[in-house]
Design a protein around this ligand. Structure first.
Ligand code: HEC
Length: 561
């Protein structure tokens, strides 16, 4: 078959078409011959049956004409019993015998219709009608089965259709083949001088055979048509085959050139696909590599985010803790504020007390001033006493002077005047001493007042200053504590904000983690997809090279070697 593969596709198709036509023709011829033969056999059988029917119809017709009894009567008048009936009369009698008429018709058309007619019997009147051994086989079939009306012997050489011939009383058969007692000549013989067989009604006497020789029949058909069907078929097939091949060549001309173009473009595409798939493979590998790197960076990002998440969590924790401690601080600051408030109240109380003390001291000083005034009053009174003493002294001096003038008479008086002078001097002296003492005590009191006042004032002043300082400090402390409380509040708020921000951060980080997880998944998918596509691409490359090999083979097939 090597030579076949060297042929071009077109030649091959055409040779295949030719071969197919040849094979089809062979099948068609044999099929035609088979069916034709079968048809011919059936036709022959039908024709033979028609002949049989014609014979039977003739038998029936002649029998129903009932022409036999009058001619028998005529013969009986014309001839004596045992006398030989001349040929003409014999013919005339036989003409009226239904079966003979039938046999005549059968023989008459035999040549014209290319068949052989024969009647045979086991006990014939006519010697040549004696059944042969093979005919006896058929005869016995009909003998055995009374219902059998037809037997066909269909072999390669001839087709014979057999039908039984039975004697029928109403067909007048018994007139010659029946009871010898009914002999027209009363000698046991029939009208033609044959011995009557004494056969019963419906007895199988003979068999009609219509035989067609196939060779002769075919020859007849061919001579009729001048051209045998098989010859016609061969010629038709040769012409049809040639036409078919020509049509096939015309039909495949365009497809073949299209095929050539397709093959060329396939070859081209195959090469392109090959190079493209190689490119795809390398791109996919790069992609896979990139995906791999991306996966590792995602991994790193993920762990970083885990750390961040941990930090945020601890931030949130710390914020919570700070919030708690700032709350505590706030409480403490508020308590401090309360205490300072109490302290300020206490200091103000002290201040009030100080003022009261000052007032008391002032009162006391005033009392002391009163005392001094009283003392000074006493001093003034002492001056009066001094004046009285001076005048007394003056008076005593005047009295002594008077007493001295009065001389002796005045001597006693002079002594009293002296005494009064002495007493006045003594009172003067005492008044002086009192005055001095008063001055001294006033001075002492004043000194005491001045000293105590200044020292008390100093002390009170210092106390006042200290109270003021304390108050100021307490106020400042309050302000500071207020500020502290406010800032603690701020801090607390901020911590709360930090806490909520931390929570938001945490949830954000959660989202990010999820997103990264998703990203990781996608990336893994990408990675697997890209490695799959790399595999697919290399597979594609392999297939592309296979394809181009196949295309080369296709080129070889279509263009031939
Ligand atoms: C007039 C008398 C006559 C009658 C009626 C008659 N036959 Fe015959 N038959 C003959 C004679 C005579 C022959 C011999 C013919 C020959 O020699 O050609 C014969 C031959 C036959 C044969 C051929 C076999 C053989 O013996 O040689 C058959 C079959 C036959 N007859 C059947 C019938 C049947 C069926 C009928 C009734 C429809 C009938 N015949 C009526 C006289 C008669």
């Amino acid at each position: 078959m090597n030579w076949f593969s060297r042929l071009s596709f077109k030649t091959r198709i055409l040779s295949i078409v030719s071969l197919a036509i040849f094979i089809c023709s062979a099948i068609a011829i044999s099929g035609f011959l088979y069916f034709n033969n079968k048809e011919m056999h059936r036709g022959i059988i039908e024709k033979s049956r028609a002949i049989h029917l014609r014979l039977e119809a003739a038998t029936h017709y002649v029998a129903t004409q009932a022409g036999l009894p009058p001619i028998i009567e005529r013969m009986k008048l014309k001839y004596k019993p045992g006398e030989e009936i001349n040929k003409e009369d014999r013919e005339a009698v036989l003409k009226q015998v239904p079966i003979v008429a039938a046999m005549k018709i059968g023989e008459k058309d035999a040549d014209k219709d290319f068949y052989e007619f024969r009647v045979f019997s086991d006990e014939p009147r006519k010697k040549e009608n004696q059944a042969q051994s093979d005919e006896m086989v058929v005869f016995n079939k009909f003998l055995k089965d009374e219902t059998l009306t037809e037997y066909i012997d269909d072999n390669d050489k001839a087709i014979t259709v057999y039908r039984p011939v039975r004697l029928k009383k109403d067909h007048g058969c018994m007139t010659c083949h029946g009871d010898p007692q009914t002999s027209p000549w009363s000698n046991g013989k029939d009208i033609l001088g044959y011995k009557m067989e004494n056969w019963p009604d419906n007895k199988l006497h003979g068999v009609f055979a219509v035989k067609t020789d196939l060779k002769k029949f075919v020859a007849m058909e061919e001579s009729d048509n001048h051209l045998s069907p098989s010859t016609f078929l061969v010629i038709a097939i040769i012409l049809g085959g040639a036409l078919g091949i020509a049509i096939a060549a015309a039909i495949i001309k365009k497809p073949i050139s299209t095929l050539n173009e397709i093959v060329a473009s396939l070859d081209n595409s195959g090469t392109q696909v090959n190079s493209t798939s190689v490119q795809i493979a390398s791109t996919s590998e790069e992609l896979a590599q990139a995906s791999h790197e991306q996966a590792s960076s995602i991994q790193e990002t993920s762990s970083a985010i885990d750390e961040i998440s941990a930090m945020i969590n601890s931030n949130a924790d710390n914020a919570l803790k700070s919030s708690a401690s700032s709350q505590d601080s706030l409480h403490i600051a508020e308590k401090g504020k309360e205490v300072i408030g109490q302290m300020i109240v206490a200091i103000e109380d002290i201040n009030v007390s100080n003022t009261e003390i000052m007032n008391q001291i002032e009162n006391m000083n005033n009392e002391i001033k009163n005392i001094v005034a009283i003392i000074q009053d006493i001093g003034a009174k002492t001056t009066v006493i001094n004046d009285i003493v001076f005048q007394t002294k003056l008076l005593s001096f005047n009295a002594s002077v008077e007493a001295a003038r009065a001389g002796e008479a005045g001597k006693g008086f002079a002594v009293v005047a002296e005494e009064v002078g002495n007493l006045a001097a003594m009172s003067g002296k005492a008044a002086l001493e009192i005055s001095q003492m008063l001055d001294k005590s006033v001075k002492t009191v004043e000194d005491i007042v001045v000293t105590s006042k200044s020292s008390i004032e100093k002390l009170v002043h210092q106390g006042k200053l200290k109270v003021e300082t304390g108050t100021k400090i307490a106020r400042e402390s309050e302000i500071v504590l207020n500020e502290i409380a406010a800032s603690i509040n701020e801090v607390s708020k901020m911590i709360a904000e930090i806490s909520s921000a931390s929570q938001e951060q945490a949830s954000g980080v959660n989202e990010i983690t999820k997103a990264i997880g998703l990203l990781d998944q996608v990336n893994q998918q990408n990675s697997s997809t890209s490695s799959q596509s790399a595999n697919a691409a290399s597979e594609l490359a392999a297939q592309a090279s296979q394809l181009s090999e196949q295309v080369k083979r296709l080129v070889l097939i279509i263009e031939g070697a």
